[in-house]
Design a protein around this ligand. Structure first.
Ligand code: ADP
Ligand code: MG
Length: 702
């Protein structure tokens, strides 16, 4: 008997097993070779594959196919076409190799950041055969890259694939020096996805949630996450039912959904899949977010993926676990057991350390967004300063190597890298520093800064590219060396000295760290507006050009798109706040104070001897509060109306950051203050305690 999991797993994926079963042997092998070696597909083979794919999906009731791609909006795009053609008056179900391999798409409504003015508006999609086709909602989805006719990348996948190539190229050079015969190195990624589930009924009553995905108002509830009674707590039946269906749907799509648990904040949860190749992980993470949202609706929930849906409780991130594997299945970040493995491990480890130190700004930029600004550095997510956690053992080893001293009683000679042994150190995964943005966790690095809704392509493009750069520099030097062992030793010691400032095992949330990081010369970009301009610094543009990840035009276009996205988000949030304050909050306060005034005068009429009555005290508070609220609102209205829409995207972003955001914060403070004294019946939308704890009540869904 097959288990439930075995029965459904990847049943909607045209994966290796399906291909092997349905393709003629020679076609299968040719395709496999194309995939393994990253070559382009011969059209004959494409026709055979397309036919098999069509037959397979028709058997599953599919009528349409789509090229599924990831434009720079950050979400996925699809345009369905039926397998339909007409021949001599008869209708046929057809799907050709050329339709599989390449599609045309009108790119004009997707962000292109100016690329469109210089190049044609139309774009095309190209099949990524390394990511399997799948069936979603009865449509055959073919994972594709999206480019302009000039060949410029218009999506998130193309640079990711390019960066994987760049990393492989350089890593292979280094592995050759160690006598390894791997032909490819592939980055692997396991993204842990955090999310909130809140009640659909309550969600519908909040315009901020509907329009911006996060709450723009809301007083702190009497209880938040301070008792830590949600983290890893027992999962409530209604949540469990959601998770069960989500897992089923993900498994059908071949996503290795593995771990699920409650997170730190009330109503917050996490799902972690088993890691896979970076491009597949990126595709699957997009699918995961989509499935989470869809399945939530079946259970009367809304799934919030915003980086910070609620002020004062933890936000949601995406921990990007990253490593590199050879095509022979060897993890290059696994310390291994033998001496020779250790030297190689050390070199790759130091390549990552150097990469993170040299390009802190790019890592910070890769996770910069209006939403993530509320999370990074807010005493819960990692700080905005990029640093690395290695743990004490590994740090001690690096220190010993640097100083040519002994590590825990090991003789000095043993600390020479090469044939001698890298001291065995305990691979301790338990004592994790949760405050570090970039932590070594035994055999992989965990980048914790990405926000929950972001595509993981962005940060992995950067990680792959900057590590490729380190490895290239190492290979350039070591290939020239007369004596490999001593050159290796010298290089490692030199690089530890040069980059140890990026290693920090302490508390990343502390004020002292901000000062210490400044002393060490680490970059600190608290906000997106501070970070983004460095995207187009000459050294960063040159890095991406050298490794063929982005052309200068592409990187400039992405810079513009990111700035524009930032401005749009802040403008929508400011307008939503104004709408809610004008039309909901202020009227509610006034209605309540009006009723209070009537009550007060009635009581006074009834009993004229009373001097001060509590109603009058409250009335005064309400009127003062309403006046303050109105003043803040007028201020925000004025500032928003003064936004110069003809200014550059950067100038607009700066204005929004410096002028509009502080005014939004002030308005919120006044409104939240009112919320705490206005009778709940008058308050126009559900409050934090209802939103955060509402979904925990078990409802009979029948
Ligand atoms: P946590 O960080 O929550 O303690 P784990 O460390 O077990 O959880 O794993 C988190 C994620 O890291 C999982 O998605 C897992 O598959 C992934 N992971 C484990 N090893 C690697 C690796 N070598 N490369 C990339 N991701 C990995
Ligand atoms: Mg983790």
């Amino acid at each position: 008997m097959m288990s439930h999991l075995e029965e459904i797993f990847a049943c909607n994926v045209f994966n290796d097993e399906a291909m092997q079963k349905r393709l003629p042997k020679d076609t299968y092998h040719a395709l496999k070779k194309t995939i393994d070696e990253g070559r382009s597909l011969n059209p004959q083979i494409a026709n055979v594959v397309a036919h098999a794919m069509k037959e397979w999906s028709i058997e599953k009731g599919v009528t349409h196919y789509t090229h599924w791609f990831q434009p720079l909006t950050g979400i996925t795009a699809e345009k369905h076409d039926a397998f339909l053609s007409v021949s001599k008056g008869h209708i046929l179900q057809s799907f050709s190799g050329s339709e599989l391999v390449r599609g045309e798409s009108d790119a004009s409504s997707f962000p292109s950041g100016g690329l469109r003015s210089t190049f044609e508006a139309r774009g095309y999609t190209a099949w990524d055969p390394t990511s399997y086709a799948f069936i979603k909602d009865g449509v055959l989805c073919i994972p594709t890259a999206f480019c302009s006719y000039g060949g410029e990348a218009l999506d998130k996948k193309t640079p990711l694939l390019r960066s994987m190539e760049a990393l492989s190229r350089q890593a292979i050079r280094v592995l050759k020096l160690f006598g390894r015969d791997a032909v490819r190195v592939i980055p692997t990624v396991g993204p842990e996805q955090e999310y909130f589930l809140i009640d659909q009924e309550l969600y519908r009553q909040r315009k901020d949630l509907i329009l911006t995905g996060r709450t723009l108002f809301g007083a702190k509830p009497p209880k938040g996450q301070e008792l830590d009674d949600h983290y890893y707590g027992a999962i409530k039946p209604r949540i469990q039912a959601f998770m069960r269906e989500m897992n089923d749907e993900l498994w059908k799509l071949g996503v290795l959904a593995k771990t699920e648990h409650n997170e730190a904040a009330p109503s917050q949860h996490e799902m972690a899949p088993i890691y896979t190749y970076a491009n597949i992980a990126a595709d699957q993470n997009q699918l995961t977010m989509e499935i989470m949202k869809k399945v939530a609706e079946h259970h009367g929930f809304v799934c919030l993926l915003s980086e910070k849906p609620f002020e004062g409780v933890n936000g949601s991130g995406k921990h990007n676990n990253w490593s590199m594997f050879t095509n022979t299945g060897f993890n290059l970040l696994d310390p291994g057991d033998s001496a020779y493995d250790s030297a190689q491990f050390l070199l790759f480890l130091i390549a990552v350390i150097k990469a993170v130190d040299d390009y802190q700004d790019l890592l910070r930029i890769s996770v910069a967004s209006a939403g993530n600004d509320h999370r990074l550095g807010s005493s819960e997510a990692p700080p905005a300063i990029i640093s690395m956690f290695l743990g004490t053992e590994l740090t001690d080893i690096l220190t010993a190597l640097e100083n040519e001293t002994s590590y825990e009683g090991h003789a000095q000679s043993e600390m020479t890298i090469g044939v001698h042994v890298l001291p065995k150190f305990p691979k301790d995964n338990t004592d994790r520093n949760r405050t570090s943005p970039f932590a070594f966790t035994g055999n992989k690095f965990e980048f914790r800064s990405p926000g929950a809704p972001e595509s993981i392509s962005d940060c992995n493009v950067v990680i792959n590219t900057i590590v490729a750069e380190s490895l290239q520099q190492f290979a350039d030097q070591l290939e020239q060396a007369e004596d490999f062992q001593s050159a290796l030793h010298e290089l490692i010691v030199r690089e530890i000295k040069a980059h140890k400032r990026i290693i920090f095992n302490g508390n990343g949330y502390s004020v002292e760290w901000i000062q210490e990081a400044a002393r060490r010369g680490l970059t600190n970009y608290p906000s997106t507006v501070d970070a983004l301009p460095h995207m187009i610094d000459a050294r960063n543009v040159s890095l991406f050009e050298r490794h063929h990840i982005f052309s200068a035009a592409e990187i400039h276009s992405r810079y513009e798109i990111n700035l524009e996205a930032y401005c749009k988000v802040i403008k929508i949030e400011a307008d939503t706040m104004r709408m809610m304050a004008h039309r909901q909050i202020l009227p509610a306060v006034m209605r309540y104070s009006g009723d209070m005034a009537r009550t007060a005068s009635e009581i006074k009429r009834y009993s004229a001897v009373l001097n001060t009555i509590p109603e009058e005290t409250l009335l005064k508070q309400l009127c003062d509060g309403a006046a303050a609220l109105q003043k803040c609102l007028e201020n925000l209205d004025t500032l928003v109306s003064h936004l110069d829409r003809s200014a550059s995207a950067y100038e607009q972003a700066l204005y929004l950051r410096r002028q509009v955001i502080p005014a939004m914060e002030e308005l919120r403070r006044e409104a939240d203050q009112m919320e705490t004294i206005v009778e709940s019946r008058y308050w126009p939308f559900p409050t934090y305690d209802e939103l955060l704890f509402g979904s925990e009540t078990h409802r009979d869904m029948t």
